[in-house]
Design a binder for this molecule. Structure first.
Ligand code: NAP
Length: 345
């Protein structure tokens, strides 16, 4: 049994980690941390977990890394950034769900997160935790930077097109829609029921912090630096993330040809379902699961490929992807504890 601790256990991603780990055959929960809820029992903060877990919540301290094999950091960015080098000194391996170690360039982090990176030297040790792209490196990593939710949906939609010579990577548009849990559990005006219900709003246009992360991974695949136009939207639903991506085609393609290409690209991936031609991604078909659905179309009049992807932002966009990474790091079956169908309806 692997000894597992979670920092930030009372947040939305931390609670999803607990829900998955209490059912995981190879995991034993050791320490759960909280901030404002420290001192309480986890079931006081998460009544849904009664009967599954019964543990006190302690304050975050770097020493929690000493007693565990895997430490999940499910904290706001910067909350543990400075503590990570100390936590890595022993044999503990870290999966960080925050953005702190996702960007390879500390200057880019500083620019987009408006705070200097505290440990640029540790960034090079981190592996970007998208198994579909970096599976082999994740297996041996001591620090995995779990991807953001929007980047997961966008990169999986676009990755199959980065290595072909029949698209123009200069004109990529990524339009994404997220459920409100994407903003976390902390209170804010925009995520209050009266503000978010019955409303769809665009935000962060041209400046959302997930933009450089999408560009970093797509550029790595394409072998050249590229930029994307990324437009996120907030949707009146609890969870789910739908992406519609547009990329210009350099030659005539039909929908079946595009579908065949994407299906071939993800042929051996356990969590990516490439939908039959004519079917498009829907968040309610992946909810509660580690699945990413992808559906493709060709806009022949305008010479564009249109790619849709759907994930659950708290699952493939965060916690279940983190468990997929944990499985790879522990050398156990990649689908262990994640092998269940989505929730529907
Ligand atoms: N939500 C998503 O869909 C999603 C998807 C991908 C990645 N992420 C990333 O995952 C991380 C966690 O997100 P979340 O949505 O779970 O956030 P959240 O719901 O706001 O939870 C944050 C957690 O961190 C604790 N915390 C807050 N400030 C802290 C501090 N200064 N020191 C120590 N602990 C602190 C909170 O404890 P208390 O509750 O006790 O105050 C809570 O347990 C974030 O970096 C987020 O960007 C989120």
């Amino acid at each position: 049994m692997a000894k597992i601790s979670i920092a930030g256990a009372t947040g939305y991603t931390g609670l999803e980690l607990i829900r998955l780990l209490v059912q995981h055959p190879e995991a034993e929960l050791i320490t759960l941390t909280a901030d404002s809820h420290a001192g309480k029992n986890i079931t006081e903060v998460a009544p849904s977990l009664r009967g599954w877990v019964d543990q006190p919540l302690v304050k975050l301290d770097p020493s929690i890394a000493e007693g565990c094999d895997i430490l999940f950091l499910a904290l706001p960015h910067t909350a543990a950034m400075g503590q990570v080098p100390g936590m890595l000194r022993g044999s503990c391996r870290i999966i960080d769900l925050s953005a702190d170690y996702r960007l390879r360039d500390a200057a880019v982090y500083g620019e987009w997160y408006q705070t200097p990176h505290l440990n640029p030297e540790v960034i090079k040790e981190a592996v970007y935790g998208l198994p579909e792209l970096h599976r082999e490196q994740i297996k041996g990593a001591q620090l995995v930077a779990n991807p953001g939710c929007y980047p997961t949906g966008a990169i999986l939609a676009l990755a199959p097109f980065m290595t072909v010579d029949w698209v123009n990577v200069k004109s990529i548009i990524v339009d994404s829609k997220s459920g409100v849990s994407g903003a976390g559990r902390a209170l804010s005006q925009t995520t209050q029921f009266c503000e978010a219900d019955e409303a769809v709003s665009a935000y962060g246009l041209g400046e959302h912090r997930h933009t450089p992360e999408i560009e970093q991974e797509l550029s790595g695949l394409a072998g050249k630096s590229l930029t994307v136009t990324f437009s996120p939207h907030l949707m009146p639903m609890k969870r789910g993330l739908l992406t519609t991506a547009y990329i210009d085609l350099k030659k005539e393609m039909d929908r079946d040809g595009l579908h065949a290409h994407v299906a071939q690209f993800y042929d051996s991936e356990p969590f990516v379902r490439v939908l039959a031609p004519g079917r498009y991604a829907n968040t309610s078909h992946v909810a509660g699961s580690n699945t990413c659905d992808i559906g493709v179309q060709v806009d022949a009049r305008n010479g564009r490929a249109v790619i849709t992807s759907a994930i659950d932002n708290l699952m493939k966009g965060a916690s279940s992807q983190a468990i997929q990474n944990m499985n790879l790091m522990l050398g156990i079956g990649e689908t262990t504890g994640l092998d269940h169908p989505p929730l529907f309806p």
